[in-house]
Structures are given as structure tokens and as C-alpha cells.
Design a protein around this ligand. Structure first.
Ligand code: CA
Length: 322
């Protein structure tokens, strides 16, 4: 295994995972391994001329609704820009404490320290339990990580971990860099839902039509590594049934938008972006803490859905490459 392979790891702990009432099926594990193998082998790197890259670690609650897997597909399709440092199965619920480290929290700490001059983007697609534990165990990583968290249901599933994050920022490190997308109450803002709700839904841009017209029958089997084409293995969301959802992808689009969309600024989420637009609710106390706009859910979600044709057109192109 070369150095690059060592830097990529998929952690699964089914026992812990079930504590948050999700069940990971064998199919979920197979698809995750599929993603892992592609990343390890660096297969079919897209023809990108971009020199900008980001170190990313994904903490996911994949299982049940496969929309996390849809986002993993998007992640791998942008592996020229997004350097995957780990995909971990988030645990929880529970407030962090001594002796409660997990594979995920240890991985976050390890990768945060792995490069002294390059921040680790921690993309949280489930409960934020493992990030809270990592900060508890190694508070010195706080200046080395940038957190992009999909809250809403994930906060409902583990409010204690999210509250620990806020306390940590308040009491130990006010400069914590953190996007909290989907502040409570659930559905009141939920900016991330704009990636699959609203926007252009006509023709090939519809949630079901996009899969049928632009994903099925496309992609490769990676030199026979898999029995079916990548696009034929793509899972559909259970709600909206049969659709493209990728509800966690705004964390990826935030990084991709400036490079491929010429909008946005990764270190300034107040700028318009494929990944949505955010505000600093308390800039004097917390200069790097961002939440949904101070507006209703429709307005928040439109900050993503207005770019729907752009971020789907770009992905469509890449489906033709893999
Ligand atoms: Ca998720």
C-alpha cells in the first residue's frame, strides 16, 4: 500500500452506528468499499487543470436513505480537487468525555495533524459526535480544522454533541471555523435542502429525470473491478422516492463552486456559492462561525437551488468521464 492509500480509510462500526437508529445494510458497506477502492487506486482522474486542492474528511451516517452514498459519488467524481483523508461512520449520540474516543474521532485528530500548513475540512453528514469528541481529546486541532456541518435532523439526533461544540467555541476557542447549516428548529431554515428542492426541475434537471437521463448507463466498471457500470449502481433516494437527493453535497459544493462555478469563496461563506450563502450570527464573539441566513427556509434554500443547472451540468459532464 502506497502513501496515498494509507491516507484513505473507511471506518465502520456497526454496533455504534445502530445506536443512532440507523441500520447499515450489506449493500451500504459494499458501496462504501467501492468508493474506497476507487479512491485508493486513483482510477480515472478527471481531466482537470486545477492546482487547487482541499484535504477533506467525511463523517457520514450513511445507511437507510442512500442520499449520503449519492454524495459520496459526487465526492469521488471530484477527486482531483478533494483529497479524501478519511470517510468515517459517525457515532453517537452523546456528549464527549474521557475514554469515549472512537475510530472517527481518532481519525480526525490524526489527519488534522498530518499537514501543518493545510487545514483539514471536516464535512459532517451525520451527527457531530465524533468532531466533538476529537475537540475534547485534542483541543489543539481547533485551529487546524474547518467544519462544515449539516445540522437539522443530525442535531436532533445528537443535541448534546452539538451543544458541546458551541460550548467549546464559547469557552475555549472563539475562532473555531464552523458552518452550521440547518440550525434548529428543524425545517425553519435548512439551507442544505436547496440542493434537491426548488430550482430548475424541468426536463433533465428533475430529480428523477436527472438519474434516468444523465446517470443510468453512464460511467465505467473501472476495468472490470465491478460487475456493473458506476451509473447503474447509483442508488435512488427513498424520499422523494426514486430521486436524486444528495442532501449532504452542499458541503462539497462549497469547495467546488469557486473553482468550477466562478462564484464563492471557501474562506468566506457569506459570499454567494453553489454550496449556499451563510451569515455570521455573532461576528464579534465568533468571527468564523456561520449559520443559515436570517430568513425563511425558502429564501435560505434558494441560495443553493438558484445554481441547480450549474452544479448539475458540471456533474453531468463528469459522469461521462468515469
Ligand atoms: Ca447524512
Amino acid at each position: 500500500m502506497n502513501t496515498k492509500s494509507k491516507s484513505f480509510m473507511v471506518h465502520y462500526n456497526k454496533t455504534l452506528y445502530n445506536k443512532v437508529n440507523h441500520t447499515m445494510t450489506q449493500a451500504d458497506i459494499s458501496i462504501a468499499e467501492y468508493v474506497s477502492r476507487i479512491a485508493d487506486k486513483s482510477i480515472s482522474k478527471p481531466k482537470s487543470c486545477n492546482s487547487m486542492t482541499y484535504r477533506v474528511l467525511v463523517s457520514t451516517d450513511l445507511g437507510g436513505d442512500p442520499d449520503d452514498i449519492q454524495s459520496l459519488y459526487r465526492l469521488i467524481h471530484y477527486s482531483d480537487v478533494l483529497k479524501v483523508e478519511g470517510i468515517t461512520s459517525c457515532t453517537g449520540p452523546g456528549r464527549p468525555g474521557s475514554g469515549r474516543e472512537t475510530d472517527g474521532s481518532k481519525r480526525i485528530i490524526e489527519r488534522a495533524f498530518a499537514a501543518s500548513d493545510e487545514a483539514l475540512w471536516v464535512l459532517v453528514w451525520g451527527s457531530i459526535t465524533d468532531v466533538a469528541q476529537a475537540l475534547h481529546d485534542a483541543p489543539e486541532i481547533a485551529s487546524r480544522i474547518r467544519i462544515n456541518y449539516i445540522g437539522s435532523s443530525n442535531t436532533v439526533n445528537d443535541p448534546d454533541a452539538r451543544d458541546y461544540m458551541y460550548e467549546f467555541m464559547t469557552e475555549q476557542f472563539p475562532e473555531l471555523w464552523w458552518i452550521e447549516n440547518g440550525v434548529l428548529p428543524k425545517l425553519s431554515h435548512d439551507t442544505f435542502r436547496g440542493v434537491y428542492q426548488r430550482g430548475e426541475q424541468e426536463g433533465e434537471w428533475g430529480n428523477i429525470a436527472f438519474i434516468e437521463q444523465n446517470i443510468r448507463g453512464r460511467g465505467s466498471n473501472h476495468g472490470g473491478m465491478f460487475e456493473e457500470l458506476c451509473g447503474d449502481a447509483f442508488p435512488v433516494a427513498t424520499w422523494p422516492e426514486g430521486s436524486l437527493k444528495e442532501g449532504d453535497s452542499p458541503t462539497l459544493l462549497h469547495l467546488l463552486s469557486p473553482i468550477f462555478g466562478n462564484v464563492g469563496n471557501v474562506v468566506d461563506p457569506t459570499a454567494e456559492s453553489w454550496g449556499g450563502q451563510y451569515r455570521k450570527p455573532d461576528p464579534d464573539r465568533f468571527p468564523n462561525y456561520y449559520t443559515d441566513l436570517d430568513a425563511n427556509a425558502e429564501t435560505c434554500q434558494k441560495t443553493i437551488s438558484r445554481w441547480r443547472v450549474e452544479y448539475l451540468s458540471h456533474w453531468k459532464e463528469r459522469w461521462g468521464w468515469y
